[in-house]
Design a protein around this ligand. Structure first.
Ligand SMILES: Nc1nc2c(c(=O)[nH]1)N[C@H]1C(S)=C(S)[C@@H](COP(=O)(O)O)O[C@H]1N2
Ligand SMILES: [Mo]
Length: 372
């Protein structure tokens, strides 16, 4: 009931167009969410590229863990005792190319394809003028935690060596994708919806460049909480996070949340581009020959601690967060002895589905080494 109430309140609070324009006018590079002091121990941990090659625009607070020029993760230690939402400056980034500034007067979002009756171009103003909705949801890179696979399988995997910080929770404001599609005359033949960004990513097998995109089945596109958003935590969407507009598909892997969108194709036949086949499908003996679309994320948890952490041997309140792409977390058990015994953690409100729940456990250790 509480969750339903908050969900309703959050829908009602969808930023009005007037309020959003006020925020746009008042923005001067600063962030509206202040008061986040970083523990001295949480300094940036690795810089393996020259800063002039960076694909990330925002000024980084101390404590980020940088992997490559376009990927940096949130610092879990810095989240200790922090609020439910991750401030925009602290949010992890996964950019395949350096984002480009957009011009609000020339930007257009094209909606086309065999699954709609009236192809349309939306201006930025058109989208701001539509009924808005706000949803609190996580985004998590599909590869979050990859480094632990290396430890478990004892072999090197290609790609960013994320620990557990390729996740963040924010309040997203925008319009329902379903509503946008209805405006363009969504018809009964629609099967798949492709969301395309402006950034060129990979070369396909024929050697042509393709733009970053993801495809969702029409049923996912029409869900209440599938959004095209232009605001993040009450601020205009930051450039690193997809301005002017990005897709949000709560529960699904990070790749689905296409940034810097310019085109939506609704198709009456399944869409299998080279790019989609390569990046968005699970393959191998466990899956059908054509592969299986990557959809919802599995359960994970993280302590709000450095890795590894050194603490003084005195009473300590251990904190962490747990999340799942399949729904709400109902129970969290913690082990302080490498998995021999388990105890229930205390959960803290709020606890939104497709976001995370914060939890805590009292600990009074004698000096030694522990596996939590
Ligand atoms: N256009 C575009 N959209 C994109 C990406 C990208 O490189 N280009 N990266 C995707 C991936 S892999 C992830 S994990 C999320 C990261 O979102 P964030 O940087 O806002 O945290 O965006 C997704 N959307
Ligand atoms: Mo990602």
């Amino acid at each position: 009931r509480v969750d339903e109430y908050i969900w309703q309140a959050s829908r009602n609070n969808g930023l009005s167009r007037k309020r959003f324009l006020q925020i746009l006018a008042g923005i001067a590079g600063g962030t509206a969410i202040g008061g986040f002091a970083v523990p001295a121990s949480a300094r940036s941990q690795r810089l393996s590229f020259k800063s002039n090659q960076s694909k990330i625009i925002k000024k980084l607070p101390p404590g980020y863990i940088s992997h490559t020029s376009g990927s940096l993760e949130m610092n879990w230690e810095a989240m200790y005792e922090r609020g439910y939402l991750v401030p925009n400056d602290w949010f992890y980034v996964h950019n395949r190319s350096k984002p480009l500034a957009f011009n609000p007067s020339t930007w257009r979002l094209r909606v086309e394809g065999t699954g709609i009756d009236t192809p349309l171009e939306f201006t930025y103003d058109d989208i701001l003028g539509m009924p808005s909705i706000s949803v609190t949801s996580a985004i998590e890179c599909a590869a979050n935690g990859r480094i632990f696979f290396e430890e478990v399988y004892n072999k090197h995997f290609s790609g960013t060596r994320w620990r557990l910080g390729a996740i963040g929770v924010a309040e997203w404001t925008g319009v329902q994708l379903g509503l946008l599609l209805e405006r363009a005359g969504l018809n009964k033949n629609a099967v798949d919806v492709l969301i395309q960004g402006t950034d060129i990513d990979s070369l396909d097998s024929k050697g042509t460049k393709s733009k970053y995109s993801f495809v969702v089945p029409i049923a996912k596109a029409k869900m209440d909480n599938s959004l095209i958003v232009y605001a993040m935590n009450g601020e205009p969407l930051p450039i690193d996070h997809g301005s002017p507009c990005r897709a949000i598909f709560p529960g699904w892997a990070g790749n689905a949340n296409v940034k810097w969108i310019e085109r939506i194709e609704v198709s009456s036949a399944p869409i299998y581009s080279e790019w989609i086949k390569k990046q968005a499908f699970l393959r191998g003996s466990d899956y059908p020959a054509e592969g299986k679309l990557i959809t919802s994320q599995n359960v994970k948890s993280a302590f709000e601690l450095a890795w590894p952490a050194t603490l003084s041997a005195k009473p300590y309140l251990l904190r962490g967060r747990s999340w799942s792409g399949k729904g709400k977390i109902v129970r969290v058990e913690v082990s302080l002895d490498g998995g021999k015994t388990w105890q229930l953690a205390r959960l803290r409100e709020p606890n939104f589905p497709f976001a995370w729940v914060r939890w805590e456990v009292d600990w009074n250790p004698i000096p030694g080494e522990y596996s939590l």
